[in-house]
Design a protein around this ligand. Structure first.
Ligand SMILES: C[S@@+](CC[C@H](N)C(=O)[O-])C[C@H]1O[C@@H](n2cnc3c(N)ncnc32)[C@H](O)[C@@H]1O
Length: 245
């Protein structure tokens, strides 16, 4: 994937994530409830969380795009959960879930703490100053997930991926557009990867048992906006693996 320069989500990007997803939690929840692509993600995810005792849901954002009831305990981690209004916690969190503030890049839990770790639509938000730094962040998040998983624990990743042919264009566009997105929109910049690159990075760390393309419906979300799928190259994938014993 090229050379790694700096690791770490830019401070302004972390703050833009916190602000955007806190301010737009209601809009985002409604979109996830309504858009068929997210229903397909929910259906794809549900079987995988069954049987998990203690799940760490990283980049949860107050959104549970899966049935939380078969899981005994869920720790939901996000950058802005120190600012989560009581009403959101009361109305949107299932009784077995607890919000905890923290970053995917420095997970505030000891090694081997969970038997399941989940990341839904998080990786493309771990944007650094360059696309290489963004990829380094993705790798760091995978390493952190592995660290806090107990041996044999399950890692589940849902990520929107781009086709290989689109990647060179996205890399070229990163430098001119990332700053622009931060200046002219309230949405944080994002950077997506081909599914095969994610699969390879995961296979270096986990025993991968599943990589499934989730069918898109008529619409997907881009920068918080509902976009017809025919105009978007992105496709969501579910990856499932286990930490080696
Ligand atoms: C697109 S939302 C996904 C929300 C939810 N997981 C879902 O199923 O739709 C991305 C979330 O990742 C969070 N996020 C971004 N960077 C993060 C980081 N370094 N650590 C933890 N969460 C982060 C954002 O605050 C936001 O809530």
């Amino acid at each position: 994937m090229g050379s790694v320069e700096t690791a770490g989500q830019s401070g302004s990007v972390a703050e833009a994530n916190s602000r955007f997803f806190l301010d737009n939690i209601e809009m985002y929840r409604k979109s996830v409830d309504k858009i068929g692509t997210y229903k397909n993600i929910r259906n794809a995810l549900n079987p995988h969380v069954i049987g998990i005792e203690h799940l760490l849901d990283i980049g949860n954002g107050g959104i549970f795009d899966y049935d939380a009831s078969p899981v005994r305990k869920i720790t939901a981690l996000d950058l802005f959960f120190d600012r989560l209004p009581d009403s959101v916690r009361r109305d949107y969190f299932p009784p077995n879930a607890e919000p905890v503030p923290g970053s995917a890049l420095d997970i505030p839990f000891p090694d081997n703490s969970f038997d399941g770790v989940l990341m839904v639509m998080l990786i493309h938000h771990l944007v650094g100053k360059t696309w290489q730094a963004s990829w380094a962040n993705a790798i760091r998040a995978f390493d952190e997930a592995k660290r806090v998983l107990s041996p044999g624990g399950k890692f589940i990743l849902v990520e929107s991926c781009i086709p290989r042919w689109f990647f060179p264009f996205e890399k070229l566009a990163f430098a001119p557009t990332a700053g622009l997105v931060e200046r002219v929109t309230s949405h944080p910049p994002a950077f997506q990867y081909p599914a095969d690159d994610i699969h390879k990075a995961l296979a270096d760390r986990f025993d991968i048992s599943d990589m499934t393309l989730v069918p898109v419906s008529s619409h997907v979300l881009h920068f918080g906006m509902k976009v017809p799928s025919m105009f978007s190259p992105v496709k969501p994938y579910v990856f499932v693996g286990r930490k080696r014993d």
